[in-house]
Design a protein around this ligand. Structure first.
Ligand code: F6P
Ligand code: MG
Length: 460
């Protein structure tokens, strides 16, 4: 059995995360709370806000001085005992001598307790402002995709080849929505799909997909549709809000319109998580933005941000049209949001079958799509598997015969990777310019440049 990556391993991105990234994230959180303290107009909120600032500063100190991870304060939610029992089992670990996955989840859950134990800050999203800024800066890509929405959701007049190509393109957009590199989005046009001329840039990005099981997903969903099966449920375990949530909803709209799914269940987080992850409130923000794009992207943006956009009335209407389609699916119950505290536990997803209600629910889905890097780390236990380990082996209890179909759409932002062909990891370590400087590290996998689309049919 492979061992989890540790924050003490200087060759792992775990070490860089714990020593460089987390202190910055904590500083930004302190700043966000500090700016939101109301002053004399609300004494209780001010007092509580000051206390949160102190607690965040103390947490940062403990992290930077490699102190022992202290038990989480009981905020009345049932997962606290799960974290604290794990801490005991780990034997009082220190920040720089602990599993990366455990400590990173603990970090965000601990931050959450500072808010959940107050009276005035318990719904405050400490990462909201960066999420909103990123969403606002995504207007050009959102508009571009919205302009194509009608053509991709009109019941198909495409040839088989064209509909397969379109399917792949939409999934690629959904995949790369998880990376910072959104250059793929400039390449998809309806004409290209029809003429089957894959664009240069798409081909370029495709080269960076190191394992690609998408053909199997196309076969699965088109066969289910052709079989006339009444219900085809697809689940998406979400990752980030803003543009990534937009492309997830775009995928949902496409699958529902084309009859490749009859209902879609989306799984967000319950607490502000890994900075940008989706909370239920992020749906509201995104949907309001799509409903009134001029207000969100232009009017409210002007006072706050340096990124300036223009939006013509007819373009705003295109975005509102997309909103109406999604709102109709939501009203009809075809698009649903389901929360569960499981998604903010520290567990690898190998423990999913122990959470009977959630597991039974997921098993009734035809396909569960896990978005992003953290979900992939949890699927594989964030462990140092040899990179050629079969995906289904790394899934452990979620692998073959589990009863659940698992698809990972992941851009690589951490060390763990499985399911690669022999020699790929070695080749990238030598060729990737960053990695060439230090081949003991797998730094080619840290920046979201490469991706994997991996599937295991646990119902087979
Ligand atoms: O690699 C940096 C990192 O913050 C990881 O700690 C984490 O797994 C990931 O990025 C979050 O990325 P994503 O939003 O794709 O899950
Ligand atoms: Mg995330």
């Amino acid at each position: 059995m492979a061992v989890p990556y540790l924050t003490s391993d200087p060759n792992s991105f775990a070490f860089t995360s714990a020593t460089k990234r987390w202190p910055v994230i904590l500083t930004q959180a302190i700043d966000a709370v500090f700016r939101a303290i109301p002053g004399p107009s609300d004494e209780v909120k001010t007092k509580e806000g000051r206390k949160i600032v102190e607690e965040l500063a103390k947490l940062k100190y403990e992290l930077q001085h490699n102190r022992v991870l202290s038990p989480l304060r009981d905020d009345g939610l049932p997962d606290i005992a799960h974290y604290n029992d794990a801490l005991v089992a780990l034997g009082e670990p220190r920040w720089l001598e602990v599993s990366w996955l455990f400590s990173e989840c603990y970090l965000y859950r601990r931050i959450a307790t500072y808010f959940t134990t107050t009276t005035k800050w318990n719904t405050f999203d400490v990462f909201l402002s960066s999420k909103v800024t990123t969403l606002r800066s995504s207007l050009p890509a959102i508009l571009e995709l919205a302009q194509r929405y009608d053509s991709i959701t009109t019941p198909s007049t495409f040839t088989d080849d064209a509909s397969s190509l379109l399917f792949h393109e939409i999934f690629f957009i959904c995949l790369w929505g998880n990376a910072t590199d959104l250059s793929l989005l400039t390449t998809l046009t309806y004409e290209e799909i029809q003429s089957l001329q894959g664009s240069h840039a798409r081909k370029e990005s495709e080269k960076n997909i190191l394992a690609n099981d998408l053909d199997k997903i196309y076969t699965l969903l088109t066969s289910l549709k052709a079989s006339g099966q009444k219900e085809i449920r697809v689940d998406i375990v979400l990752d980030n809000s803003g543009f990534e949530l937009f492309v997830d909803l775009y995928l949902a709209g496409y699958l529902l319109s084309q009859g490749l799914a009859t209902n879609i269940v989306l799984h967000p987080k319950n607490h502000p998580w890994f900075v940008s992850d989706v909370l239920p409130s992020d749906f509201e923000i995104l949907l309001n933005a799509l409903n009134d794009p001029i207000d969100f992207f232009i009017t409210k943006n002007e006072s706050e941000h340096e990124v300036k956009h223009e939006l013509k009335t007819e373009d705003a209407e295109v975005i509102t049209g997309l909103f109406s389609s999604l709102a109709a699916f939501y009203a009809e119950g075809k698009l649903r949001i389901r929360t569960n505290e499981y998604w903010t536990l520290q567990d690898p997803f190998w423990t999913l079958p122990e959470h009977e209600e959630l597991w039974e629910d997921l098993k009734s889905s035809e396909l569960v799509i896990y978005k992003g890097d953290l979900n992939y780390r949890k699927l594989t236990g964030d462990a140092a598997w040899p990179p050629t380990t079969p995906f289904d082996k790394a899934l452990q209890t979620l692998g073959k015969g589990s009863g659940c179909r698992t698809l990972a759409l992941r851009t690589c932002k951490a060390d763990v990777v499985v399911g690669l062909d022999e020699g790929i990891d070695e080749k990238l370590r030598q060729e990737d310019p960053e990695n060439a400087k230090d081949q003991a590290k797998r730094s080619w996998g840290w920046a979201g440049k490469y991706a994997v689309i991996q599937y295991c049919d646990g119902k087979a």
